[in-house]
Design a protein around this ligand. Structure first.
Ligand code: FAD
Length: 407
C-alpha cells in the first residue's frame, strides 16, 4: 500500500492538516491512519465536568470528520521505518509514503499513579481528561454537601495546562452558587512551582483562588490513591531537598494524569530524547527526516499543547509540506501560538493566548488577562462551532500561514 502523503492520527491536528492540504490541492493522495471510530472535541470535557455541556456534544463519528477525498486506514501505527519511508501497523500491514505528517497526540499515563485506575469513576475520584469520566465530575460536584475537594496537576508538559485548575474554578463556581462552598475545603495540589506558566495571567487567577478560598499547594505530586479509604498520597520536597510524602483524606478528588509521548513514538527514530516527535519549532519539519512533518500534542515544540495550537499549526504544516514537495525550503513560521480559555466562573473566561517564551498574542483588541463574559460566549458557543465547521474543514480563519517576520 502506498500513498503520497500518510497522516498518522485523525485527531485535531491530523484532520485539520489533511483539510488544509486539500484546500490547497484537491488532487493530493492522502491517507489518514487512525484506529478510533470516534473523534473527540476534548476542550469540551471541561465544560461537561462543569455541567455546561452534555458529553454527547463532544464527540462525532470519525467518518463524519474525515475529508471525503482522504482514505481512512483504520488501524494503529506500531513502528516507523523512516529510512525506507514506511510505517508498520499493529496488524503487521506495511504502508509506504512519499511524505508523512505525524499527529498522534500524547499518552495519558493513568498507571503512573498507584491505585488510580482501580478507583477512577467511583469513590469520589474523577478526571475531566476522560470522556466517560467528565460527567462523573459534574455528578460529584452536584452531590458535594461540604467536605474536602482536592484538584491535582501533574508535572509539565500536559495538554491544556489550564484544565486542572479550570475543573477547580467551575466546581467552586457551582458550590458558591448553591451555598456549599463555605463548607468545602478546596485544595489545588500542583506538582509544579507556579499556578500558570505565563506570569501575566497569574494575578487575575489568584483573585479567583482567593474568592473561592482555595488552598494552593505547590511542588506536591500525586503518587497514590486509595479509593476505598479515600486517601490521596502526595510527594513533595522539604526545605532541605528531602523527599517527603503526605496522606490527604478527600471527599472528591479530580486527577489529571502525568503525560508523556506515546510508546510507539518514544521508541521510534522520530523521537527526541524526551520522547516527542522531533520537529523544528518554527517550520514543524522533522529535524532529521525532511519529508516528515509533525504537529499537535505529540510534538517536541515548546508551545501550550492545545487544539488552538494545532489549529494554527495545521495550515503551516500544509503550506510548508507543499513547498517541500516542490523542492523548496519551508518558509511558513509557527510562533508557538496556543490558547487556554480559563473558565474562572460559570459565565466568565480569561482567554489566555500566548506564544513561545510566554509572549501574549491576543486575537482580539482587549486586555486578555481580564475575565470576560464575551470570552465565555466564545468558549461555550463559538469555539466548538468553529472547531467542527472551520478548523476540521480547512477554513483557516485568523490562522492563515505567514512567513517568519523580518528581523
Ligand atoms: P488528539 O486530538 O488527541 O488526536 C490524536 C489522534 O491520534 C487520536 O484520534 C488517536 O486515536 C490517534 N492515535 C493514537 N495512537 C495512534 C496510532 N498508534 N496510530 C494512529 N493513530 C493514533 N485545547 C484547547 O485549545 N482549548 C481547551 O480549552 C482545551 N481544553 C482541554 C481540556 C481537556 C480536559 C483535554 C483533555 C484537552 C484539552 N485541550 C484543549 C487540548 C486539545 O484537546 C489537544 O491539544 C488536541 O486535541 C491535540 O490534537 P492532536 O491531534 O495532537 O491529538
Amino acid at each position: 500500500m502506498h500513498h503520497q502523503i500518510v497522516i498518522v492520527g485523525g485527531g485535531s491536528g491530523g484532520i485539520s492538516a489533511a483539510s488544509s492540504l486539500l484546500k490547497r490541492n484537491k488532487s493530493l493522495d492522502i491517507a489518514i491512519i487512525e484506529p478510533s471510530d470516534v473523534h473527540y472535541y476534548q476542550p469540551g470535557w471541561t465544560m461537561v465536568g462543569g455541567g455546561i455541556f452534555h458529553a454527547q456534544q463532544t464527540h462525532r463519528p470519525m467518518h463524519s470528520v474525515m475529508p471525503s477525498r482522504v482514505k481512512h486506514i483504520k488501524g494503529a501505527v506500531a513502528t516507523f521505518q523512516p529510512d525506507d519511508n514506511t510505517v508498520t501497523l499493529e496488524d503487521g500491514t506495511k504502508i509506504s509514503y512519499t511524505y508523512m505528517i505525524v499527529s498522534p497526540g500524547l499518552k495519558l499515563n493513568w498507571a503512573g499513579i498507584e491505585g488510580l485506575e482501580a478507583t477512577l469513576g467511583k469513590n469520589g475520584v474523577t478526571s475531566n481528561y476522560r470522556f466517560d469520566l467528565a460527567p462523573y465530575t459534574w455528578k460529584l460536584v452536584q452531590g458535594m454537601k461540604g467536605g474536602k475537594a482536592i484538584f491535582t496537576q501533574p508535572p509539565m508538559p500536559i495538554k491544556c495546562a489550564g484544565a486542572p485548575q479550570k475543573a477547580m474554578y467551575l466546581s467552586c463556581s457551582e458550590w458558591e452558587k448553591n451555598g456549599t462552598l463555605n463548607n468545602t475545603d478546596v485544595e489545588f495540589c500542583n506538582a509544579g512551582p507556579g499556578l500558570f506558566g505565563v506570569a501575566d495571567y497569574v494575578p487575575p487567577l489568584m483573585e479567583y483562588v482567593k474568592r473561592y478560598n482555595a488552598k494552593l499547594t505547590m511542588n506536591s505530586k500525586l503518587i497514590k490513591v486509595d479509593g476505598d479509604a479515600k486517601i490521596a498520597t502526595f510527594e513533595g520536597t522539604d526545605a532541605d531537598g528531602n523527599r517527603t510524602t503526605v496522606d490527604k483524606p478527600f471527599d472528591m478528588l479530580h486527577v489529571v494524569p502525568p503525560q508523556t509521548g506515546l510508546d510507539f513514538i518514544v521508541n521510534s527514530p522520530l523521537a527526541n530524547e524526551a520522547g516527542w516527535v522531533d520537529v523544528n519549532q518554527h517550520s514543524l519539519q522533522h529535524n532529521t527526516y525532511k519529508n516528515i512533518f509533525g504537529l499537535g500534542d505529540g510534538c517536541s515544540t515548546a508551545n501550550a499543547k492545545t487544539a488552538a495550537a494545532a489549529r494554527k499549526q495545521a495550515p503551516i504544516v500544509a503550506a510548508n509540506l507543499l513547498r517541500v514537495m516542490m523542492g523548496q525550503e519551508p518558509v511558513y513560521h509557527y510562533d508557538g501560538y496556543g490558547s487556554c480559555p480559563l473558565t474562572v466562573e460559570n459565565g466568565k473566561v480569561i482567554l489566555a493566548e500566548f506564544g513561545y517564551g510566554g509572549k501574549i498574542i491576543p486575537s482580539f483588541p482587549w486586555d486578555s488577562t481580564k475575565p470576560r463574559k464575551l470570552a465565555w460566549i466564545l468558549k461555550a458557543g463559538i469555539l466548538p462551532w468553529m472547531y467542527w465547521n472551520a478548523m476540521l474543514k480547512g477554513r483557516e480563519w485568523l490562522v492563515a500561514p505567514k512567513p517568519a517576520p523580518k528581523a
